[in-house]
Structure formats: structure tokens, C-alpha cells
Design a protein around this ligand. Structure first.
Ligand code: SAM
Length: 224
């Protein structure tokens, strides 16, 4: 995708697309205040390697963290929300990046798993996300609890694939029908599919061509 094409997509309000490339560079081409809700699952800075040997790009290097969240903040509408998953052991780095970008920490979500993702000093049975506010967004019409159940996605399409049933209530709560939902670290496109199925418009960005192709195919076929 060349610069001109991605400018057209964003300034023409033609969402429903998956852009391939570095999200910092691509978001720099977006107009400010052009996205209604961001739901994202960035690399956890965990050097993750799945049991079958799959890795996540940029998972060992935090240089992208501050510039990416600065761009996310800029492209979001005034008075809107971002929900970002994050790795608990790098919480300090994530919180510093969010605060520096201008976000207010508005809530913390815990997703409980029936199974441990790893075992070491503890059996690690949960995932985390922060609810981040730009400005002073209105309260949601229907508030959701900050502890929710997780369901295993199977990780067939991506080594850290998020389940649609976890993403859907977040989209329902923090965006409205027709809104533009952005996931700048979209992997296999789970957020985008959940947004599409809820009648939202979506923009995904993914660095790895393998996963951007999976996301596009998935959205085209509507398969979960
Ligand atoms: C945790 S995974 C997201 C998985 C996704 N939630 C799913 O369900 O498939 C994070 C993704 O961000 C991508 N990524 C890492 N750095 C990026 C960057 N600078 N720009 C765009 N994508 C990036 C990785 O390739 C990876 O697919």
C-alpha cells in the first residue's frame, strides 16, 4: 500500500480495511481525531514463543511502545476510549507510554482463564487490559464488569489469537453502531471481525504479511 492509498482510506472515511505495515508510520498518515474506539492487543514484550514455535514480531523490543501510543492518542476522537491488553510483567513500561501519550487510566479489566497459560512461581490464570480515556468520554449506556471470563481461542490463526467472545462486549460497551474501530496490532484480525459482526466499521494494521493476509481472508469470509 502506498502513502497516497492509505491517506485516501483514512481521509475518505473508507474504513473496513486491513493495512499492512508498521502501525506508527501508517497512523502518521491518518487524520487526527478520526477513530471512534481503539481495541488493541499489542506485543506483550514477553519474548513469547508458542509450543509450536511461533513468535510475535516486536515482542522483545519496546522502542515502538511510546510512539505507537502517541499516534493512537492523536488519531482518536476527543472524549473516546481505548482498551489495550498488555503484559503484566512490563506494566510499568505500558503505563508510562499511555500516560506520556495523554491517556487517563479509566479502568482495569481482568479476564479469568480456566487453565493456566504458564506456570512458574504461580499458575498464571488471567489476562489483563486497561481502559484508557482520551479527554472525558461519556459513561457507557450499559456498563460491563471489570472481571470477565476468558475462553480459549485455539490459537489456530495466530499464536496469541484473542477470542471473539472476549472482544465483543468491549466493542458493544465502548462504541456504537457505525463507529470506526481501530486495531493497530491486529494480528489475525479478531478485533476487526468482532467489530464487523457488531455493525462497526474497522481499520486494522498488521506488520507481518502472513497475518495481514489471514486477517483479510477472515474478514472476507466472515468466518470466526
Ligand atoms: C499480540 S498479537 C495480536 C493478535 C491478535 N489479537 C489476534 O487475535 O490475532 C500483536 C501483533 O502485532 C503485530 N505487530 C508488532 N509490531 C507491529 C507494528 N509496529 N505495526 C503493526 N503490527 C505490529 C505482530 O506481528 C502481531 O501479529
Amino acid at each position: 500500500m502506498n502513502t497516497e492509498q492509505s491517506k485516501q482510506i483514512i481521509s475518505g472515511q473508507q474504513a473496513n480495511t486491513v493495512l499492512e505495515g508498521d502501525c506508527i508510520e501508517l497512523m502518521r498518515q491518518f487524520r487526527s481525531c478520526s477513530v471512534d474506539f481503539v481495541l488493541t492487543d499489542p506485543p506483550y514484550l514477553a519474548h513469547y514463543c508458542s509450543r509450536d514455535g511461533r513468535r510475535v514480531a516486536n515482542d522483545g523490543d519496546a522502542t515502538w511502545l511510546k510512539p505507537a501510543f502517541a499516534e493512537i492518542f492523536r488519531v482518536m476522537q476527543r472524549d473516546s476510549f481505548c482498551v489495550s491488553f498488555y503484559g503484566w510483567h512490563q506494566a510499568d513500561k505500558f503505563i508510562a507510554a499511555w500516560r506520556e501519550a495523554g491517556f487517563r487510566l479509566a479502568g482495569h479489566l481482568t479476564f479469568t482463564k480456566q487453565y493456566p497459560s504458564t506456570e512458574r512461581f504461580l499458575r498464571y490464570h488471567h489476562e489483563n487490559a486497561y481502559l484508557l480515556a482520551k479527554g472525558n468520554p461519556a459513561q457507557p449506556e450499559q456498563r460491563i464488569p471489570d472481571v470477565l471470563e476468558w475462553k480459549y481461542s485455539g490459537n489456530r490463526l495466530h499464536p496469541t489469537q484473542k477470542p471473539l467472545c472476549v472482544l465483543t462486549p468491549l466493542i458493544q460497551c465502548f462504541s456504537r453502531s457505525g463507529d470506526v474501530v481501530l486495531d493497530p496490532f491486529c494480528g489475525s484480525g479478531s478485533t476487526l471481525l468482532a467489530a464487523k459482526l457488531q455493525g462497526r466499521r474497522f481499520i486494522g494494521i498488521e506488520l507481518d504479511r502472513h497475518y495481514s493476509t489471514i486477517a483479510r481472508d477472515r474478514l472476507a469470509s466472515r468466518a470466526a
